[in-house]
Structure formats: structure tokens, C-alpha cells
Design a protein around this ligand. Sequence first.
Ligand code: IPE
Ligand code: IPE
Ligand code: MG
Length: 226
Amino acid sequence: MNPVNHVAIIMDGNGRWGEKYKNSRNAGHKEGLKTIEKIIKTSIKHNIKFLTLYAFSTENWKRPKKEITYLFNLLENFLKNKIDDLYKQNIKVKFIGNKNFSNQLNKLLNSAEKKTLNNKKLQINIALNYGSKSELLIAFKKLQKTKFKLNEKNFVKYLQTKNIPDPDFLIRTGNTHRLSNFLLWQLAYAEIFFVKKLWPEFKEKDYEKIIQKFKSIKRNFGNINV
Ligand code: IPE
Ligand code: IPE
Ligand code: MG
């Protein structure tokens, strides 16, 4: 049985769900928050230590302004309303991605991180304005400026996921089979589960089925299947 330590999720399909049921992409983003709460609960139930959620990519800036503004308002409200609750549940919140937002948003993100810094039950990494190619380039440039040798061990210290073990598996909802610039280095050996359901339709039992399936997979890491 494989232990499950770190789960990464590409939460895709909010817009399609919103359009289909509410005639509004933004309504899908709001609905998607409910799934996030369920997945956090279930992760704790299964004693998972790290949960990394793809919330906004460096490419998502191409979307209409109205949608971007809605998404960031949703995030701000979520943090304002839920941070005490997350703190009480012993959850640590960390943001990965380029934190070059307004002063007000940066402050909010930093204060959420600071408040929950010593929490131990579950670490939630929220990938916000995150792009893996950008992360890799920045890490490479930083390491190049030091006296340290360019090798894997040194390199990972300059990634935004420093001190976070690689994900054991990745889930992507929304019936799309691609990585969309998410954790390209860190997912090198992850098991990948593509799910047809849209993110707002993804339920606790869907998550639990994947956890069970993952546990039974024979992981080789390049070795032979003995
Ligand atoms: C994923 O859902 C959430 C974000 C990218 C913020 P989408 O908004 O991509 O939903 P679809 O793929 O258009 O349905
Ligand atoms: C990936 O979803 C990003 C997030 C879930 C935040 P997208 O919907 O942006 O991915 P593409 O553009 O379809 O590949
Ligand atoms: Mg999408």
C-alpha cells in the first residue's frame, strides 16, 4: 500500500459547470469553492499532509477582466472569512506563484501564511499566479548566482516548493488531459488521474476512490516490477 502524503489538484471545469447550470462562468467558480472545502475535509480524514491546489495560472491573465476580478474577489473573501477556521483546524496555508499583486492582496496572503505558519495537521499550497516554466527559470537563475553546484539536490532548494515533498498523485477534473504548466518538475513521478467530472461536481467519494486506487498501484520509479 502506497502512503499518501501529498496530493496535487488541477481544479478544472468551473466555467463549463457555471455556464451549463447557471448561465454564468463566475457562478461555477463560486460553486467550486464548496468542492475545495470538501476536499480539505477529506484530506484531513485520510491524514494527507500536503494538498496543492491550482487556483490561477500565469496564463489565466488572458481571460476577460470581469472573470479575473471575480476570481480574485472570491479568493479575498474566502481568506477573510475562512482563515480563522483553517487556523483552528491546524491547517497551514502557503501560496506558491509570483506574489506580485496589489499591496492589499499581498498583505492578505502574507498574513494568512504568517498566521498559520506553525500549524501541523495539513499544509495547503495554493498555486496563484503560478507557472511552472517561470518557477524553473527563476530557480535556475538564482542557483547560477551562487557558488553551489548545479545538481538536483541544490536545484530543488530554489523552487517555490522548497521543503515540500513531491506530489504522490495529481488529479485533474474537467475531462482535459494536460498539465497546463503545473508543477512540471515536481510531478516527474506522480501518478496522474484525469477525471471527467467538472470541479463543482467532484465529490468526496470520487476523491476517496482515487485515494484507494492510488494506494494499490505498483510504483516502480524506474526499477523493474518485482
Ligand atoms: C478552473 O476552471 C478554474 C480556473 C482556471 C480559475 P475553468 O475556469 O478553467 O473552467 P473551464 O475549464 O473553463 O470549464
Ligand atoms: C488550469 O486550468 C489552471 C487552473 C486550474 C488554475 P485552465 O483551464 O486554465 O487550463 P487550460 O488553459 O485549459 O489548459
Ligand atoms: Mg479550464
